[in-house]
Design a protein around this ligand. Structure first.
Ligand SMILES: [Zn+2]
Length: 361
């Protein structure tokens, strides 16, 4: 009887153990089975990331379309130096099926969005061809959008003369600083240079100037450039004459500042303190500075009226402004001045200013 009792208790223990192990096994097998299912569905091509793969592959024939967004997003990542966290925590990222297994080449690359004149399409193409395999991974930060093209203003009927300051080679020959003065000044000075980019001012201001021309023209303005190349020889007085000859509604001289202190930064506006428009010039200059500050988020340092600049002194019959878009002697300003997104913000600020001038003329 005692023996039987012992046997019974042993049997109960064994049964209990069996039940426990079975339950444990069921728990283990459950999720494994699930992951196997998802894997299968992935290889069936249900995963949306596979779709993007095929699109990008097809788009290799039409590089400027889809790749453009990639280019912009990559540059914006570079500019905003926020460290994007690597998605290492995502489950089974290595086992995602290779994109080559998808046998369905969607036969319509025609639905590509119009190639919005974003620069550097070549860079984008090399990017896609270099690493096509990395695309199917869970796309990080899809929330980041392409830079907002901004508000469009009706600038029709406006004549805007843009003068990108300086040129590749300075001209130290002299010319009269003002119609009312005998003082002489060099025809064109060399300009400054970026402390972090190493880029010369004449190159950066032309880059921004050409972008500005496109933006303002796109809004209906007639835009006249004093130069579209760095290899020119046009004096400051000659540039002013172009604005006067065309009876500009706005004559905008684009420059980048240089300061003794590397911490100096922000936007500055200079106008002429003499001439028929002198009473309004500072007010307009402040409009320009504030529009720029609003569009770029940079600090506006104020408007200074003087007779220092021959390029302004010779164009007093039209609203004339020397715009210092930022300090190339400040590393952050310097970097921004060459940043494509930031350049567009400058253009947007100028467009807002021109519209204000149009409404008040
Ligand atoms: Zn300059």
């Amino acid at each position: 009887m005692k023996k039987n009792k012992r046997m019974l208790s042993i049997m109960t223990v064994i049964t209990c153990l069996l039940v426990i192990t079975t339950v444990a096994l069921l728990f283990l097998i459950g999720p494994w089975k699930k992951s196997a299912e998802t894997k299968e569905s992935l290889s069936n091509g249900k995963d949306p990331t596979n779709v993007t793969t095929t699109v990008t592959e097809n788009s290799s024939e039409t590089p400027p379309s889809i790749t453009a967004t990639e280019a912009t997003s990559s540059t914006s990542e570079e500019s905003t130096t926020e460290p994007t966290p690597a998605p290492t925590d995502t489950p089974t990222p290595t086992e995602t099926p290779t994109p080559t297994e998808t046998p369905t080449p969607s036969p319509e690359p025609t639905a590509t969005p119009e190639p919005t004149a974003t620069p550097e399409p070549t860079e984008a193409t090399t990017e896609t061809t270099a690493e096509p395999t990395t695309v199917p991974e869970t796309t990080p930060e899809p929330t980041k959008t392409t830079p907002n093209p901004g508000t469009s203003y009706d600038l029709s009927g406006m004549v805007i003369v843009i003068d990108p300051g300086h040129q590749r080679h300075a001209n130290s020959d002299t010319e009269s600083v003002a119609p009312w003065s005998d003082e002489k000044k060099a025809k064109v000075s060399a300009g400054t240079k970026g402390v972090s980019t190493g880029r010369p001012e004449y190159e950066v201001v032309l880059e921004i100037g050409l972008k500005m021309r496109d933006v303002l023209q796109g809004m209906g303005a007639t835009v006249i450039m004093t130069r579209t190349s760095n290899d020119v020889d046009i004096s400051n007085v000659e540039r002013a004459q172009i604005a006067v000859d065309n009876n500009a509604d706005v004559f905008l001289r684009l420059h980048c500042d240089a300061g003794d202190s590397s911490s100096s930064r922000g936007i500055g506006v200079f106008v002429c303190s003499r001439g028929e428009l002198a009473d309004s010039q500072v007010k307009w200059g402040n409009w320009l500075g504030n529009c720029l500050a609003e569009a770029t988020g940079s600090k506006y340092r104020g408007c200074d009226a003087s007779t220092r600049y021959s390029g302004l002194n010779w164009a007093t019959s039209v609203p004339s402004f020397l715009l210092e878009m930022g300090f190339m002697t400040n590393s952050e300003d310097d970097r921004l001045l060459s940043d494509s997104d930031y350049q567009m913000k400058i253009c947007q600020g100028v467009a807002a200013f021109c519209y204000k001038m149009k409404q008040n003329r």
